[in-house]
Structure formats: C-alpha cells, structure tokens
Design a binder for this molecule. Structure first.
Ligand code: PAF
Length: 278
C-alpha cells in the first residue's frame, strides 16, 4: 500500500495507480477505522478500482463546543487495517495542506443539510461538504463510498456533487452492525458497559417502527410510542422522524425511498441510526 502525506506525493501516487488500474475509488475517513469503513474499502476494491482511503480529522466539521482533541486517533492501527482490506493508497494530509493560510472558500450546503444533524450541529455540514469537495478534487476518483449510517451526510455529499457537477459517483453502502444490531461507529468506544448493553434499543425501535409503518400504522403515533420506549430505556432522544430519503424533509406518510432517522444520547454519547421505511 502506498502512503502519501503531501499533495505532490499524492499526485505521484495516483498517477502510479492509474498506470495499473482503470479507475480510482475514494473512501474518505477520519480514521479510528472499524468494520463499517472496511465495508466501504471492500466495495471500492470489489469494483476493480484502485482504492484510496483518506484519513483526516477535519477541524471544520467540529463546533467549538465539540471536542476535536478527544477524537480517537490511531494511525498505525488504521494503516494496518487499510492494508489488510486491500487499499492501494492511504492519503494522510495535515491541516495546513487541507486548509492553507489565506483560504477563503467554503461550501455551504442547503436542502438536505437543513434540520436534524444540521440543526443539532450548526456548521457541521459546511465542514463536511468543504473537506469532501477538496478530497474529490485532490484524488480525482471516479467513485466515492460513504456509509448509509450517516444518512444525512450521504445525501448532503450527493447533492453537493450533483450541484457542482463533480465527476464522481457518490455510492452509499449499507450500515454495518454489531451482532445485536448496534450500528458500528467510532463513537461506540465511549459507551460504558451499561450503556453499550442498552444501545441496541435504538436500532430495535427503528426496526419496530419500520415494520409497523409497513403494515399501515400511523407514523405520528408509531414514532411517539417508540420515542417514549427509548426514553424509558434511558435515551435522551434528539429526533426520531420519518423523512423523504434524498431531501431529508419530514413527511407525514410512508412513500418509496422514505427513511426513519434517529439521534439519541446515552450518557455523553450521541448515537445516530436510520432504516429504510418505504
Ligand atoms: O464520515 C466521516 O468520517 C467524515 O464526516 C468525512 C466524510 C470523512 C468527512 O470528514
């Protein structure tokens, strides 16, 4: 596996890969890699593309109140995983490379970026859209892979790539779950043992709601009952909502492509999850 830490090294490495492969795939990450990232790399590798994974903890997507310094970092462990998963190149830029002095341009997404995570974390999707656009420009991959676990992020990136006519296919990969249903996430490591035992209730609530809606139950009462059940289980529910999948607009009735999305806190850990509802 090649490793690049500067833009000239990245250009040389991607040129080298293009001699050997017909296409490049990009998997953007912030490190602390787990099986969810493994599924993204596996999809890139399975497509036949030379797969490039970036590791960059992006300061622009953290609010001043969020602890950027606390974000888990394990470069050696991450590189070993990427190599084992068949990644061709790891791109590890530093902050000065991504945000050079004098930079004056960011991307402010609207539409699917509004509400939900966009409301809970003001400025977050500006940071995500800006860094992802930079990564797309730097790597020049034909396809980029994102987890459906961060459903709203996936829609924001898709919309941004379409709106800016970026020549990259944005591909969503289904959420990878633990055996008990908990969505894999770098944040899970912060759950206490007791919280970890309760955490799968979030996915159970979403799954029950999806089943109920599929058999004709009314969305408002279904979501109200599941919200109350989560609160009884000790979750502080931020939102549990039925939305149109691509636009993230709240909807009153199930339709093709609808999604149930949720964010809820257990202790200090904010868990996100979503399931198909249409
Ligand atoms: O999902 C993430 O890890 C990040 O938001 C991303 C897409 C790598 C951008 O920093």
């Amino acid at each position: 596996m090649l490793i690049a830490r500067t833009l000239p090294d990245l250009r040389a490495a991607t040129a080298d890969l293009r001699v050997r492969a017909d296409a490049l795939a990009l998997v953007p990450t912030m490190g602390a890699l787990h099986e969810g990232h493994g599924a993204l790399v596996a999809a890139g590798v399975a497509s036949g593309a030379a797969t490039v994974a970036s590791i960059f903890v992006n300061p622009l997507q953290f609010a001043p109140t969020e602890d950027l310094a606390r974000y888990p970092r394990d470069e050696a462990g991450d590189l070993a995983k990427l190599e084992a998963w068949g990644c061709a190149l790891a791109w590890l830029p530093d902050v000065a490379t991504m945000y050079p002095a004098g930079g004056a341009t960011t991307i402010v997404p609207e539409g699917p970026a509004e509400g939900w995570e966009g409301a809970a974390r003001p400025g977050h999707f500006r940071g995500v859209a800006t860094v992802v656009a930079k990564l797309f420009g730097q790597v020049g991959a034909e396809a980029a892979y994102f987890g459906e676990k961060d459903w709203q992020q996936l829609q924001v990136v898709r919309r941004m790539a379409a709106d800016l006519h970026l020549p990259v296919a944005v591909i969503g990969i289904p959420t990878v779950r633990e055996a008990d249903g908990l969505a894999r996430s770098s944040r899970n490591r912060y759950l206490t043992e007791a919280e970890r035992a309760r955490a799968p209730a979030l996915h159970r609530a979403l799954s029950r709601a999806a089943t109920a809606l599929a058999s004709g139950a009314a969305p408002a009462s279904t979501l109200g009952a599941e919200r109350a059940a989560l609160e009884r289980d000790g979750f502080a529910v931020d939102y549990l909502a039925l939305v149109d999948g691509p636009s993230l607009r709240a909807i009153e009735a199930v339709r093709p492509g609808a999604r149930l999305i949720a964010a809820a806190r257990l202790g200090s850990v904010r868990l996100l999850d979503n399931v198909a509802a249409g």
